[in-house]
Design a protein around this ligand. Structure first.
Ligand code: PMP
Length: 386
């Protein structure tokens, strides 16, 4: 007998099971548009040229201390540079911000969730519908009830948390307008909600991190809200496996910030003791060198331009084919993901007939397309919706 006998099996995560199905298929034309990793025009992983250079600089500069432990809150040049990237010239609020270097965006989400469960003990966390699937998992693990935000139903209690995608919403690629952000901020104030920004794609949608940090800076500039920000460099620096991220809190006063700092350190100590070094040093090298920073912006521009071009190729082919339905959203959504609007049945048809693997929700990773196959994808969609 086993202690674990009573456990029921857990289905494989949708993105990972898609990969398994894809690997098993033998077809020249097969294509996968599942997980959120950027691919270049050859559909290969892309090491950003700015990252490659920074990596070499880090390698040259590290000495015999390179495998030493970092402090509990991580590499301080990293989390301060990361924070400055978010706040820009608003960085003045330094003594009211607390930053922790985390195990990428996932680690920042879970550290933040755990901390808020302990401190404000929300009756619920409100997440967008749909949202990154792991939000549900992470907040449930922290012991907070997850409720979904929808236009029809928002009846939070004071002290509830609201998860907001700072830019390039995953999976829909649709962000609030500035006017809507102002309304959301007012709502948080009047209802006493705690905003929890998840910022996993800064700069990815347009190549301009300053423009994409607008919502965060706006919330900070109102000076009436305390909030948290999760920041990931997995996508915008392509540092996926290096696990580079940060969690920031903007507190009402410097005293509160200091206390939060102590508690985050305590939780971090229990969770991971300290984060990893190398990727954070690479990110810091880019953020602190004006030349590399400029080069990184060019890399981001290249990414966002390629993604936009693929959106257009797909869209143009659907229009050429006079595919039933409206497809404007494919062009106007921003970021790496597109919510196609395909139904689960249509997704299954596309998989069987054209060997294109996308998530049942109809979300595709546009970076999985290139000049050779974008029109093929559009033709597969055309066949499936007719
Ligand atoms: N938040 C969102 C919205 C994401 O899409 C992702 C990555 N898919 C993450 C956080 C976390 O990514 P990572 O842990 O690799 O930084």
């Amino acid at each position: 007998s086993s202690f674990s006998e009573h456990l029921s099996p857990v289905p494989l995560d949708a993105v990972y099971s898609l990969k398994e199905g894809f690997s098993a298929v033998n077809s020249e034309s097969k294509l996968i548009l599942g997980s959120g990793v950027y691919r270049d025009e050859e559909l290969q992983p892309w090491v950003l040229p700015s990252v490659k250079k920074a990596d070499e600089i880090v390698a040259r500069s590290q000495g015999s201390d390179r495998f030493e432990y970092l402090p509990i809150r991580g590499y301080s040049p990293f989390y301060t540079a990361a924070r400055d990237l978010l706040f820009g010239s608003l960085g003045l609020k330094e003594n009211r911000t607390v930053s922790v270097h985390t195990v990428a965006g996932t680690g920042a989400n879970s550290l933040g969730a755990r901390f808020l469960k302990e401190t404000i003990s929300p009756s619920a966390v409100w997440v967008p519908d749909p949202t990154w699937v792991n939000h549900h998992n992470i907040w449930s693990l922290a012991g907070v009830e997850v409720k979904t935000l929808s236009r029809m139903r928002l009846n939070p209690e004071r002290g509830d948390v609201i998860v907001l995608h700072a830019c390039a919403h995953n999976p829909t690629g649709v962000d609030p307008t500035k006017e809507q952000w102002r309304m959301i901020a007012s709502l948080c104030e009047s209802k006493g909600l705690f905003p929890f920004f998840d910022c996993a794609y800064l700069g990815f949608a347009s190549g301009d991190p300053d423009a994409e940090a607008w919502a965060i800076r706006y919330f900070a500039s109102r000076d009436t809200l305390e909030f948290a920000i999760v920041q990931s460099f997995s996508k915008n620096m392509g540092l996926y496996g290096e696990r580079v991220g940060a969690l920031h809190f903007l507190a009402a006063t410097a005293d509160v910030a200091l206390t939060i700092k102590g508690h985050l350190s305590r939780l971090q100590r229990g969770n991971i003791s300290q984060p990893t070094t190398r990727g954070a040093m690479i990110a810091t090298t880019i953020l602190k060198s004006p030349d590399l920073y400029r080069e990184w912006l060019l890399d981001l521009k290249k990414v966002s331009t390629r993604i936009r071009n693929m959106r257009k190729l797909m869209y143009d082919e659907l229009i050429r084919l006079k595919t039933p339905g409206s497809w404007e959203h494919l062009r106007t959504q921003i970021g790496m993901f597109s919510y196609t609007g395909l139904t689960a049945d249509q997704v299954a048809t596309i998989r069987t007939d054209s060997h294109i693997y996308l998530l049942e929700s109809g979300r595709i990773n546009v970076a999985g397309l290139n000049i050779k196959n974008a029109a093929y994808m559009a033709r597969a969609m055309d066949a499936a919706v007719r």
